[in-house]
Write a protein that binds this ligand. Structure first.
Ligand code: NDP
Ligand code: RET
Length: 353
């Protein structure tokens, strides 16, 4: 059961002065103590905070009313920190600091963790990632290597840096931004899915060992989220030279998949804030789930997979959904889009004084 707030009996009584909390040495005002006077402020290291989910999560945790977190929000290019600084507001320099970290570079990961007081990372959020879409025939091995370097080896570099200390302390939480595409393959997403499936396998294996040391691993599996991720995907797709493809594959990608995918994003995409809120609930959970999907709409996909181990049933059902029931599916998307629009409008109305 997930519930917001600290562990059992953690009653947040008062904000402590700076310096008393060993987790919050350089950032005053971030300490919180429970009834027994135990400090419960946690150092959270997040990667990929220049935009999207990472940025939203960093802001969400840093502005936590109970000041339970000291956020080290990282990005590979500090020149892109403007939006985070603006959105963090007064949290900047108090419960949030920004540091450089490129997950493609082991030295950069090491330097960043070593700069944290006592190198103590209580919660690691491995969020940085990239996408890749298009017919496999057009993807170079070099592009695949870059993708796997960031999405898979990036996670490995981070975990190698923080896990030994977590094991020593017999506590810690590694939260990994996976995807529903780490559970279910999707046409023209072969390499991206391979990267997220790899992340899932890595985490499933690691969790078995980590639990012995009191360290939690949590996979977050969002469906489409409205971030720069989508824009980057289409921009890269637009640079593909489709002329050498057979006409059927070209039509399937250009005429069918791309417009379909845009519709799916327009109708189903969650906001980064929604995913951040979900992730914060996982982080503050007394007993964090190993995996959780941010949108219940995708639950049937996972269920089908386990219902038929031969793989025929889920493959056939997914194929039918994509190719045979596409009109019905698109009609449902339009309905969902309308419902989303109404929900957002109602929320906007309740916000206006
Ligand atoms: N958007 C979606 O539909 C979904 C996204 N996800 C996953 O969520 C995560 C966040 O993506 P999202 O917020 O949507 O997309 P964004 O493109 O908005 O954010 C991706 C972040 O990762 C950073 N990044 C990329 N490469 C590196 C690197 N080598 N080192 C450090 N940072 C890097 C980007 O930095 P820079 O600005 O420098 O490029 C950016 O800050 C990814 O792992 C993605 O796979 C999962 C499901 C759905
Ligand atoms: C085209 C299409 C689909 C598209 C799904 C998409 C576009 C998912 C994107 C997920 C992302 C971007 C995950 C990132 O990690 C469905 C709904 C599966 C089924 C119908 C056909």
């Amino acid at each position: 059961m997930m519930r917001p707030g600290g562990g059992p009996g953690t009653q947040l009584l008062h904000l402590s002065p700076a310096g008393l909390n060993p987790n919050c040495t350089s950032l005053p005002e971030a300490a919180v103590s429970d009834r027994e006077g135990r400090m419960s402020c946690r150092n959270v290291l997040i990667t990929g905070c220049s935009s999207g989910i990472g940025l939203a999560l960093a802001v969400h945790l840093a502005r936590d009313e109970l000041r339970r977190f000291r956020v080290v929000a990282t990005m590979r290019d500090l020149g892109r920190r403007g939006e985070l600084e603006t959105r963090a507001g007064t949290a900047l320099g108090h419960t949030l600091e920004i540091r450089q970290l490129d997950v493609d570079c082991e030295e950069s990961v090491r330097r960043c963790v070593e700069a944290i007081p006592q190198q103590r990372v209580d919660v690691l959020v491995s969020n940085a990632g990239r996408g890749l879409v298009g017919p496999l025939e057009l993807q170079s091995v070099e592009a695949a290597r870059r993708l796997l370097d960031t999405n898979v080896l990036g996670l490995l570099r981070l975990v190698r840096q923080v896990l030994p200390d977590m094991k020593r302390r017999r506590s810690g939480h590694v939260v990994v931004m996976s995807s529903v595409l780490g559970l279910q393959g999707l046409l023209f997403n072969d390499l991206y899915c391979a990267s997220k499936f790899a992340v899932e396998g890595f985490c499933e294996s690691l969790a078995l060992q980590a639990l012995k040391f009191g360290v939690h691993i949590s996979l977050i599996e969002p469906g489409p989220v409205a971030t720069e991720f989508e824009r980057k995907l289409y921009e890269e797709a637009a640079t593909l030279d489709l002329s050498g493809l057979d006409p059927e594959t070209r039509e399937l990608f250009q005429g069918f998949y791309l417009p379909y995918s845009r519709e799916v994003f327009a109708a189903l995409a969650q906001s980064p804030a929604e995913v951040a809120e979900h992730t914060a609930r996982v982080i503050t959970s007394e007993s964090p789930p190993f995996r959780s999907q941010t949108n219940s709409l995708y639950a049937p996909l996972a269920t089908l997979k386990h219902a038929d181990t031969s793989g025929h049933l889920p493959l056939a059902a997914f194929q039918r959904l994509i190719f045979q029931h596409d009109r019905l599916f698109k009609a449902s998307l339009s309905l969902l889009k309308l419902l989303q629009w109404r929900k957002r409008r109602d929320m906007d109305h309740t916000k206006t004084p």
